[in-house]
Design a protein around this ligand. Structure first.
Ligand SMILES: Cc1cc2nc3c(=O)[nH]c(=O)nc-3n(C[C@H](O)[C@H](O)[C@H](O)COP(=O)(O)OP(=O)(O)OC[C@H]3O[C@@H](n4cnc5c(N)ncnc54)[C@H](O)[C@@H]3O)c2cc1C
Ligand code: SF4
Length: 328
């Protein structure tokens, strides 16, 4: 077993100071990703800064109608919060579709945003993996790439799909990430937070070393909108998405006034689909329109040896979600 130092922070300032911009130091929140990967020897921090004593467990409505979520709010607390259930059903449903009850009770908002990919070649600690060991290659491209590998946003260096359900709902809603770091506080647009792999797949997000996520702020809900999350997977519980969709619609009778569409399981980051949204806006709802619009999301998709089925499955996740939401 590797030795690591342990520090417990009582405030965000203490956490940032204890971290000290060192790339080999990790914050510990719920531990449901970090402790797994430390045990597998995939992550090897020489110091762990425990943030469970930092008071970031509140959800508050801001004066401008946005909802500010502390980074330590658990996935269960967020999914069950009445403001989330009422105004952001898509987020509540996405959270409840993830992991298991026990995991959701431990997993936090900040940790979920920062969770690592589920690619088996990343997690086995020995295969060629540019994300774990830059320059070593990508075993998934010529290997088995059926379930946790993407068809959108991939590169010659990495094709792992982003695993989060929560983040798919957040990118559809629109959000801002508040961070505190050695250089002070700053905000990052949620759409810019997760990075495409390109030729640097080890760089997964926009945080600088030592920066702590303190809050995620959801945009104000679209007035009178309906929303839902649809997750398609190998089994109906305790399984990552093969393809999923987060959809928010505002209707005028049978006409779609506004639409927000995002996808999970198919992209290397939580994937918003503005081309689908533009095709829906101002048009009467129909299965034909949904099918035409959903196709646009996959125009630049690349199928690998075993995951080509995700292209029609991803389209179906959008079509079915839109049909159900607009049927009422
Ligand atoms: C068996 C299993 C099944 C799962 N199924 C699903 C699923 O279906 N859908 C899904 O979306 N997820 C799923 N997950 C993933 C789960 O949602 C994440 O593990 C969890 O959300 C991570 O949160 P945490 O608080 O436990 O993070 P931790 O494990 O504590 O931390 C994860 C990473 O984030 C960093 N970090 C944590 N908090 C902060 C912060 N505030 N600022 C900066 N960095 C931070 C840590 O340093 C670490 O690198 C599953 C996990 C397991 C183990
Ligand atoms: S897909 Fe990405 S995470 Fe998986 S082996 Fe290739 S480089 Fe590593």
């Amino acid at each position: 077993m590797r030795h690591f130092d342990y520090a417990r922070a009582g405030s965000a300032q203490q956490a940032v100071a204890a971290h000290g911009s060192d790339r080999e130091v990790s914050f510990l929140a719920g531990g449901t990703t970090l402790l797994d990967l430390v045990k597998l020897d995939v992550m090897q921090p020489h110091k762990i800064v425990d943030i469970n004593g930092v008071a970031l467990d509140k959800i508050e409505r801001l004066d401008d109608g946005r909802l500010r979520i502390g980074a330590m709010v658990t996935n269960t607390a967020l999914a069950r919060d009445q403001r989330v259930v009422d105004d952001y059903a898509v987020l509540s449903q996405a959270l409840l579709a993830g992991a298991s009850t026990q995991l959701r009770n431990k997993a936090t908002t900040g940790g979920n945003v920062m969770q690592r990919v589920r690619c088996p070649y990343f997690r086995d600690g020995v295969s060629d993996c540019n994300k774990r060991e830059p320059g070593s290659g990508c075993a998934a491209i010529g290997g088995v790439n059926r379930s946790v590998h993407a068809v959108l946003g991939t590169s010659d260096d990495c094709i792992a799909s982003h695993p989060s359900d929560m983040c798919v709902a957040m990118i559809a809603i629109g959000a801002t990430v508040e961070v505190q770091g050695p250089e002070g506080a700053r905000e990052i647009d949620f759409a810019d937070f997760h990075l495409l792999p390109g030729d640097t797949p080890a760089r997964e997000h926009a945080l600088e070393p030592g920066e702590l996520i303190t809050h995620v702020i959801l945009d104000a809900p679209l007035e009178g909108s309906r929303s839902a999350y649809l997750k398609l997977r190998d089994r109906q519980s305790y399984q990552f998405a093969l393809a999923s969709s987060a959809v928010i619609v505002q209707m005028d009778g049978n006409t779609i006034r506004e639409a927000r569409v995002a996808m999970g399981g198919v992209g290397t980051k939580p994937w918003r689909a503005p081309e689908v949204e533009a095709a829906l806006k101002g048009r009467p709802a129909s299965e034909k329109l949904f099918a035409e619009a959903a196709k646009l999301a996959f125009e630049n998709a690349i199928a690998y040896a075993h995951n080509g089925y995700k292209i029609p499955l991803g389209q179906q996740a959008i079509v079915r979600n839109l049909s159900d939401l607009t049927a009422a």
